[in-house]
Design a protein around this ligand. Structure first.
Ligand SMILES: NC(=O)C1=CN([C@@H]2O[C@H](COP(=O)(O)OP(=O)(O)OC[C@H]3O[C@@H](n4cnc5c(N)ncnc54)[C@H](OP(=O)(O)O)[C@@H]3O)[C@@H](O)[C@H]2O)[C@@H](O)CC1
Ligand SMILES: [K+]
Length: 471
């Protein structure tokens, strides 16, 4: 599991550790890790041209001490001072090692092999200031490798919001713990490759944000045992599709068939289309209450204007509500359910549920997903460039898999079927949602390999993604 902690928590752990260590020891640890990472990216420090962008705080101090180490190993290091002040001892260390302050900042970054962004770290507020923004633009245009110290300057460490201009790094070397912003878009896109330097912080067992890795998903996935029959493995009911959108039913069922449940029951008007592609489906014209027992329902993909989710919400099994099922969804109807509910909106649907604008949800995804989970007393999977899963309490899960090619019609239908199937197989709601998103993103990567991908290709790649995870 990759975990991330908010600034407040990191600062408390830092204070506790600093009290036990000699002055400056933590910054030296951080700088040593940063210098080693930079030397690695340069293929050796000797003869390299390194420029440090130095802000007012300790983030600049880290850059200066790392610069001193690189200068001692033979790099030509100069510092561009962008803050109201600069870390004095760090600057003295750089000068002592033969580094200097650049007198032509833009010229220096244009000639650099590597630029270190030490403008702001966890103490930064808002986007880059104009003087810093100018030098950062020159650095981006120069072809130099751009390495961010702790965080790309200009992004919000706790939320992943980017309020103005921010550094776009090739890599970010972060200290002690990942910060939520490093895992969540839009900030995540600014961070490049992530590297964590252990500086010995003792952090609480429960993080603020977490991201599943292969081994976590492997532990969650259901495995049939000797005495399993199709009913014991779980039956998932899919209420989807309409005369206008029969394809959504086919795609949701295709996801559900590859999600671990023993059988898929389809309820709705698109039975012929479903059977043509998936003859193994149990098809029923409806209503859901008469279709037979299931262990979880999926409702919503391609329903169009057909009546909403009420009938299914009254059932006593877990329900996943997606797409058209989310329209006008009543929070009290969801909150009073006797079994868990999972909602899987994209940003536009989340905005409608929250009564706000889509851009608002996109710029503050973490807050939006938490707010929805609280309001509906449900597990909420917010789809997007980084898919987030929140329950009423506990860490928010960030999905680390996926590809921008996944933003394609029908891919959400596959995901809702898949996650619903995992629910029916007995996974807890947040596990079903996050393991579903993980497999779905992995399948999309496999199916796409850098080219456009159709939703059905994603469904067909699910068994391979499943095998990848199982190793
Ligand atoms: N925690 C740990 O365990 C460890 C932490 N360490 C390091 O310390 C870093 C945190 O240091 P920090 O607290 O000094 O804050 P930091 O981010 O350097 O700068 C804040 C200053 O920047 C300014 N400023 C603000 N906004 C701005 C903007 N938009 N654009 C430009 N400038 C802006 C503002 O000053 P002003 O210029 O307004 O006077 C403010 O005072 C942390 O990220 C890590 O690198 C490691 O050394 C060891 C272990
Ligand atoms: K930085």
């Amino acid at each position: 599991m990759r975990t991330a902690y908010r600034v407040e928590t990191v600062r408390a752990a830092e204070a506790e550790l600093m009290a036990k260590l000699p002055d400056g020891a933590l910054m030296r640890r951080a700088a040593a890790g940063l210098a080693a990472a930079c030397a690695g990216m340069l293929g050796g420090a000797y003869g390299a041209r390194v420029v440090l962008l130095v802000g007012s705080g300790d983030n600049g101090g880290d850059a200066l001490y790392a610069g001193a180490r690189l200068a001692r190993r033979g790099a030509g290091v100069s510092a561009v001072l962008l803050g109201s002040r600069a870390h004095e001892a760090g600057l003295a260390a750089l000068r002592g090692a033969g580094g200097r302050v650049a007198d032509d900042p833009v010229g220096a970054v244009e000639r650099a092999d590597l630029v270190v962004d030490g403008i702001t770290g966890i103490g930064g507020r808002g986007g880059l200031r104009p003087d810093a923004a100018e030098v950062v633009r020159a650095a981006r245009g120069s072809g130099a490798v751009l390495v961010a110290v702790d965080l790309p300057s200009g992004v919000d460490a706790d939320t992943g919001e980017v309020a103005g201009e921010a550094v776009r790094a090739d890599a970010t070397v972060t200290f002690g713990a990942y910060k939520p912003g490093l895992l969540i878009d839009p900030a995540r896109e600014h961070a490049g490759a992530l590297r964590l330097v252990d500086i010995g912080l003792a952090l609480p067992p429960v993080p603020d944000v977490e991201a599943l890795q292969h081994e976590d998903v492997a532990r969650l996935l259901p495995v049939p045992v000797g005495e399993s029959d199709k009913y014991r493995r779980g039956v998932v009911g899919v209420v989807a599709g309409s005369a206008r959108y029969p394809g959504a039913a086919v795609l949701a069922v295709s996801g559900a068939l590859r999600g671990g449940a023993g059988a898929v029951r389809y309820v709705g008007p698109a039975g012929d289309a479903v059977l043509a592609r998936h003859p193994e489906t149990l098809v029923h014209a409806g209503p859901p209450a008469k279709a037979g027992r299931v262990q979880a329902w999926v409702i919503g993909p391609g329903l169009g204007d057909t009546p909403g989710a009420d009938d299914v919400l009254e059932s006593d099994v877990p329900v996943l509500v997606d797409a058209d099922g989310l329209r006008n969804l009543d929070p009290s109807a969801v909150r009073s359910r006797p079994a868990p509910t999972v909602l899987t909106p994209h940003a536009g649907e989340a905005a409608a549920l929250l009564g706000t604008a889509r851009e608002d949800v996109e710029s503050r995804r973490l807050e939006a997903v938490r707010e929805l989970a609280g309001r509906y007393g449900a597990t909420v999977l917010l789809k997007g460039s980084t898919t987030l899963v929140a329950s009423a309490d506990g860490p928010v899960r960030v999905n680390p898999t996926g590809t921008p090619w996944l933003a394609t019609a029908g891919s959400g239908d596959v995901l809702s079927g898949l996650a619903g199937s995992l629910l029916a197989a007995g996974l807890a709601p947040r596990d079903a949602a996050s393991a579903g998103a993980y497999l779905h993103g992995l399948a999309a990567r496999r199916a796409s390999r850098g080219a456009p991908v159709a939703a059905y290709d994603v469904a067909e790649a699910l068994p391979a993604a499943w095998r990848d995870v199982r190793g």
